[in-house]
Design a protein around this ligand. Structure first.
Ligand code: GCU
Length: 330
C-alpha cells in the first residue's frame, strides 16, 4: 500500500512538473517500464513515441519512464487500471493475479523453440484471445515483445536438477512459478524485479531466473557466476494500455496508437538478438560461466504440471492448444 501511494505520488509530481513547464494543451501519455535505457523494451518504447508524435504530435506527447521510476510493474498495473498511467511494459507473470489467462506463459516448457514462441506472440489472434477479459481487467494488451528464454542462474553451478535441491530462487510473482520451483525441488521466493540484486547480495536468495540481460543490465552477474541454459520458460513482455485512456480515443486516434504499438514490437524484436549477444559477451567478461545441460532432465521434472494447470484453469486450453500448434508448425 505504501509503495502504491509512492507510485501515485511520483505520477502526481510528474504531472505538476509538466503543467509547470508545458503550458500547451497536449495530452501527456505516460509509458512505464522497468528496464534500463539500452534494453530492447526501451527501444520499442522509443519507436512507439516516434510514431505517435510524428502523426499526432499536436495532440499527444509520450513520456517514457524507464527503470521502474513510477513503481514496480505490479504497482503500476494498478495505476493503469486507475488511468493515471496510460501504457506499461509488463511481463505476463505480473498480470496473473489480475487475470488467470496470462498464466499461460508461466507454464514451464510450453514452447519447444524460441521460433515457435516468437511466432505465437506475434499473432494478433493470440493477443485478442489473451485480452478477451479486458473490459473487466481494466487494461488491454496491445502488443507483445520477446523476452527470450528464462534460465536459472546462481552463486553455485546448476548442472543437473539435483543442484536446485533445497536452494532458494527468486521467481516472478504468481502461483505457477511457485509450483514450478517446487517441482524442481527448490524453494520459490517471489519478489519484484528491482529487489533481486539486493536479495542476492544479502543472501536472501541463492539465485534467480531470467534472460541473459538481467546479468548485465541489472548487474546480477556481479553476484551469480553460473548461468544454466535449462530453458524453462518463455514469457513475453506485453505492452498494455489503460482502458480509461483507450476508451476516450476516436477511431482515427486509436488507429495511430495501434500502428505505434506494432512499430514498437518490430523495433523491440529487431533489437533482441544483438542485446542477448552483447549481454553474453559482457557477462563472460564479468566471469559468468554459461552452462549447457540435458534440458530433457529438467523438462521431465515439471511436465506433469501441464495437466495439473490446465485442470485448475480450463480457460487456458484454447491458448494452450494454439501454443502446441505453433510448436508443431516449426
Ligand atoms: C524480464 C522481463 C521483465 C520482468 C523481469 C522479471 O526482464 O523483461 O518484464 O519484469 O524479467 O523477472 O521481473
Amino acid at each position: 500500500m505504501k509503495k502504491l501511494l509512492c507510485s501515485a505520488l511520483a505520477v502526481a509530481v510528474a504531472s505538476l512538473v509538466l503543467t509547470g513547464c508545458g503550458g500547451d494543451s497536449k495530452q501527456i501519455i505516460r509509458l512505464s517500464h522497468s528496464q534500463i535505457e539500452t534494453h530492447p523494451d526501451h527501444i520499442g518504447a522509443l519507436a512507439f513515441k516516434q510514431v505517435v508524435e510524428s502523426k499526432l504530435g499536436d495532440q499527444f506527447e509520450v513520456q517514457i519512464f524507464p527503470n521502474a521510476t513510477l513503481g514496480s510493474n505490479e504497482k503500476v498495473v494498478e495505476l493503469i487500471k486507475q488511468g493515471s498511467v496510460q501504457y506499461l511494459v509488463v511481463s505476463t507473470a505480473n498480470l496473473e493475479s489480475f487475470d488467470k489467462l496470462y498464466s499461460l506463459f508461466s507454464i514451464p516448457y510450453l514452447f519447444t523453440s524460441e521460433a515457435a514462441f516468437n511466432k505465437f506472440i506475434s499473432d494478433p489472434k493470440v493477443l485478442e484471445q489473451l485480452g478477451v477479459n479486458s473490459k473487466t481487467d481494466g487494461f488491454t494488451p496491445v502488443t507483445a515483445y520477446t523476452a527470450g528464454t528464462r534460465n536459472f542462474y546462481s552463486k553455485t553451478p546448476i548442472r543437473t536438477v539435483a543442484d536446485i535441491q533445497g536452494k532458494k530462487f527468486r521467481v516472478q510473482a504468481g502461483p505457477v512459478n511457485v509450483a514450478m520451483m517446487q517441482a524442481f525441488g527448490g524453494a520459490a521466493t517471489p519478489m519484484s524485479f528491482g529487489e533481486v540484486y539486493s536479495a542476492l547480495q544479502q543472501s536472501v536468495i541463492d539465485g534467480a531466473e531470467n534472460n541473459e540481460l538481467a546479468l548485465t543490465d541489472q548487474k546480477h552477474g556481479e553476484i551469480c557466476k553460473y548461468y544454466t541454459y535449462d530453458l524453462h520458460q518463455m514469457c513475453p513482455d506485453l505492452l498494455i494500455a489503460s482502458n480509461t485512456f483507450l476508451d476516450k480515443l476516436t477511431p482515427e486516434q486509436r488507429a495511430v496508437f495501434d500502428e505505434a504499438a506494432a512499430a514498437s514490437q518490430k523495433a523491440e524484436f529487431d533489437a533482441w538478438n544483438k542485446a542477448v549477444a552483447d549481454a553474453k559477451q559482457k557477462a563472460t567478461e564479468m566471469g559468468v560461466e554459461f552452462i549447457t545441460v540435458d534440458v530433457n532432465e529438467f523438462r521431465n521434472k515439471v511436465l506433469p504440471l501441464h495437466e495439473q494447470l490446465l485442470a485448475e484453469t480450463p480457460a487456458l486450453k484454447p491458448l494452450y492448444d494454439a501454443a502446441t500448434a505453433a510448436n508443431n508448425a516449426q
